[in-house]
Design a protein. Structure first.
Lengths: 178, 177
């Protein structure tokens, strides 16, 4: 147990060191940060956007933005929380930039298949892609990422009640698909 | 439904948070890290727009205020030259009109039953030309006013000439010599 705590403590310290170095412009340190977090960031981007190319673009944008914003990180919150919040904002912004108005109301599975994406994701991820975009985003943020409905409402510019309704809609749709 | 509900919860709990991107993204990110960073934040950008808007508003207010409260400012150099031209054209036109009226007296222009509407038209044109001339003196750079004024003068001369060609009523009892 002690060894585990020590390992976690070492991880924390080294991450802070990496952040400090990256703040000074050390790209090698920043690459280490990227290597540690990019899969988590990409996972979030992919589930929110529903498309591999959009997820890759959002991941790139997130890390470029992270590099630019890193000097503003004061360590008052967890680095991962800060990074994930940035990821969510960046992905939502990318989705808004790329999607047509009508595409937001149709399930993403059709678009994914049409784009020739051959990645084999978990079955549940495939079900998530079948949800309408708004319901999917709310469901992912609430159930998987642990956001509150008020926070989701703030991020998406909707009412908290709408977020709850979208969540229940997504849940019902997923249950029907199971 | 309860079975599906718990199954859904299990699926959510077991969902891996990490996914591996198909392509290596680092190279593209690395290239973009060298790009110059814009230090302008959203807030400073907003301030810039606000300051620009205030400056524009002040300029517009000053311009309108100057026009409204001080309309009798000395006209610029260009305007005085235009006003001189305006006076010269007006003088030439008056000479031309005087010559035409003189001609009608010399040939003993007799009254025509059709001359009255023409004369009324000429009077109206003169009145309009007078008003246009006053406007032009205040705003000598207005091209449309210039065109209108010149047209009114031209039309006045045309009407005068047409009036001279009107058929004269043959008065058998008249004392024409």
């Amino acid at each position: 147990m002690n060894a585990q705590i020590e390992f976690i403590a070492n991880q924390e310290v080294s991450e802070l060191e990496l952040i400090d170095k990256a703040k000074q412009g050390d790209k090698a340190a920043f690459k280490q940060i990227y290597l540690r977090h990019h899969k988590r960031v990409y996972g979030l981007c992919f589930r929110l956007s529903g498309q591999a190319y959009l997820a890759e673009e959002a991941t790139q944008e997130t890390f470029v933005r992270l590099w630019q914003k890193l000097p503003q990180f004061r360590g008052e919150s967890q680095f991962t929380t800060w990074l994930h919040s940035m990821t969510v904002n960046q992905t939502l912004s990318s989705i808004k930039k790329h999607k047509s108005f009508w595409a937001r109301f149709t399930p993403m599975s059709e678009h994914t298949e049409a784009s020739g994406d051959k990645l084999e994701y978990e079955n549940f991820d495939k079900l998530l892609l079948k949800l309408p975009e708004r319901a999917r985003i709310v469901f992912i943020l609430f159930s998987i990422e642990g956001y509150k409905h008020d926070e989701i409402a703030g991020l998406l510019g909707i009412a908290s009640g709408t977020s709850k309704a979208q969540y229940h809609r997504a849940r019902k749709l997923l249950q029907e698909m199971l | 439904m309860n079975g599906k509900d718990s199954k859904l919860d299990d699926l959510i709990a077991s969902l891996p948070k990490e996914l591996i991107p198909e392509n290596d993204l680092w190279d593209k990110i690395d290239k973009r890290l060298d790009a110059p960073i814009s230090h302008m934040t959203k807030r400073s950008s907003h301030n810039l727009w606000r300051n620009a808007a205030i400056a524009c508003l002040l300029l517009i207010t000053a311009f309108i205020g100057q026009k409204f409260f001080n309309p009798l400012l000395p006209l610029p150099e260009v305007d005085s030259a235009l006003i001189n031209t305006l006076s010269e054209i007006k003088a030439q036109h008056e000479i031309q009109i005087a010559q035409l009226q003189q001609t009608s007296k010399l040939v003993n222009w007799q009254s025509s039953p059709y001359s009255s509407p023409v004369e009324t038209g000429i009077d109206q044109l003169r009145e309009a030309a007078k008003q246009i001339y006053e406007s032009l003196k205040r705003n000598p750079t207005d091209k449309q006013l210039w065109q209108l004024w010149l047209w009114a003068q031209h039309r006045e001369i045309e009407l005068l000439r047409q009036g001279q060609k009107l058929p004269v009523s043959q008065n058998s009892q008249g004392a024409t010599i």
